[in-house]
Design a protein around this ligand. Structure first.
Ligand SMILES: C[S@@+](CC[C@H](N)C(=O)[O-])C[C@H]1O[C@@H](n2cnc3c(N)ncnc32)[C@H](O)[C@@H]1O
Length: 364
């Protein structure tokens, strides 16, 4: 049986755990949705037909699937990417994203309609009369976050900087019918850029301490873990004291990780896709450690050893604080092909501390 067939069979057979009935929703509501609809409120309960809806919230993978995932990781580790290819994919990652945007249309990613619900800060900055608000979206791609944001904006003084290191992605945004230069500017920028003697590492038009909100949606996973430190430096420099970081990305154990075949593993939890783009799968403790303990001087404070570490005590003087860090687990169901997919995303809200850690912006 091919690897693809094996995975498909596993997805057909998975038996997701079902909660005792009516644990968390109103039993009179048999559509299992609140009105207005809220994400995160559809629990899979005993007696439910899993194929009745195309998504269920908060579903933990069953033990059999977890075991299957572990055997997959073993196979992936046993057949890593060659050193030659690792260099190819790590040396010029923008090249592979450029190819991606040349080959895919602007509709490749879905518009992020859930954004405001998940990140109420975005409601605040787009409210009428909210005053001058600067939002930087990093790795903005085809604009699927930036465009919904400006389409629903009522704040005359909002400015969204949508940056991506792929010049083709930036071109896609600039050529979009929704591109409105009054509220948005799209620019080429590498979040992991290093400052040199001749060039600063910040995006065009932005300076130290000039940004209210940084949005990171499925971009950190595209970085090599060795680039996280540089990215944090740049984001820290750009944010105003008290400024926010809104983060969403792939979580460990997501089906996308489990289904990687041989020849895609680069490092633990870090893979290259068939199109040459890279992807990392995060763990909750790891993200808490990154965002609550990084300092410009000491860099990342990740636990030592290969095993996932317990969350280290947060450093009260660290430049960022973790306001919220959540794991979003869902079971997605393809009702026609009858496959069930365990998905896992990480969602975080971080804040740049005011006070001594925020002083001395020039920390690059
Ligand atoms: C998975 S896509 C997500 C796009 C968009 N945020 C969304 O959710 O629709 C990752 C994006 O990050 C961009 N990217 C990857 N590494 C980057 C870097 N070092 N600096 C800026 N953008 C980067 C890629 O070009 C790509 O557009």
């Amino acid at each position: 049986m091919s690897e693809e067939q094996t995975i498909r069979e596993v997805m057909e057979k998975v038996q997701p755990p079902q909660l005792p009935p009516h644990r968390s929703h109103d039993p009179s509501n048999n559509l299992k949705r609140s009105d207005p609809f809220q994400f995160g409120s559809r629990y899979l309960e005993q007696g439910d037909n899993v194929f009745e809806f195309n998504a269920w919230d908060h579903v933990e993978p069953d033990d059999e699937f977890k075991e299957f995932a572990e055997t997959q990781y073993e196979k992936q580790r046993a057949a890593p990417v060659s050193d030659f290819d690792k260099n190819r994919f790590n040396n010029d990652p923008a090249k592979w994203w450029n190819l991606f945007y040349k080959n895919n249309t602007a509709n490749f990613f879905k518009d992020r309609k859930w954004l405001r619900q998940e990140f109420p800060v975005l409601d605040e900055v787009t409210k009428k009369g909210a005053g001058r608000q600067v939002v930087l979206e990093v790795g903005a791609g085809a604009g699927n976050t930036a465009f919904p944001l400006i389409r629903n904006n009522e704040n005359e003084e909002l400015m969204v900087h949508a940056c991506d290191f792929s010049k083709y992605a930036v071109q896609v945004m600039r050529e979009s019918e929704y591109y409105n230069p009054k509220y948005m500017v799209a620019d080429v920028w590498d979040v992991a850029a290093e400052r040199t003697e001749t060039e600063d590492s910040l995006p065009p038009g932005l300076t130290d301490g000039s940004v209210d909100v940084v949005i990171l949606i499925f971009i950190f996973s595209a970085l090599n873990p060795k680039q996280w430190d540089r990215a944090l430096h740049n984001i820290h420099r750009l944010l105003k004291p008290g400024g926010r970081v809104l983060f969403r990305d792939y979580g460990r154990g997501d089906l996308a990780q489990v289904r990687f075949k041989k020849g895609r593993y680069m490092e633990e939890n870090f893979y290259v896709r068939g199109d040459g783009t890279r992807v990392y799968f995060f763990d909750k403790e790891e993200l808490v450690n990154i965002w609550s303990r990084w300092t410009p001087e000491k860099g990342l404070q990740l636990g030592s050893g290969d095993e996932p570490s317990e969350t280290q005590p947060a450093d009260a003087n660290a430049p960022f604080e973790v306001v919220h860090m959540g794991v979003d687990r869902r079971l997605l169901v393809n009702r026609s092909s009858k496959v069930k997919m365990y998905r896992c995303w990480m969602q975080g809200h971080f804040r740049k501390r005011e006070g001594p850690a925020a002083i001395g912006q020039d920390d690059a």
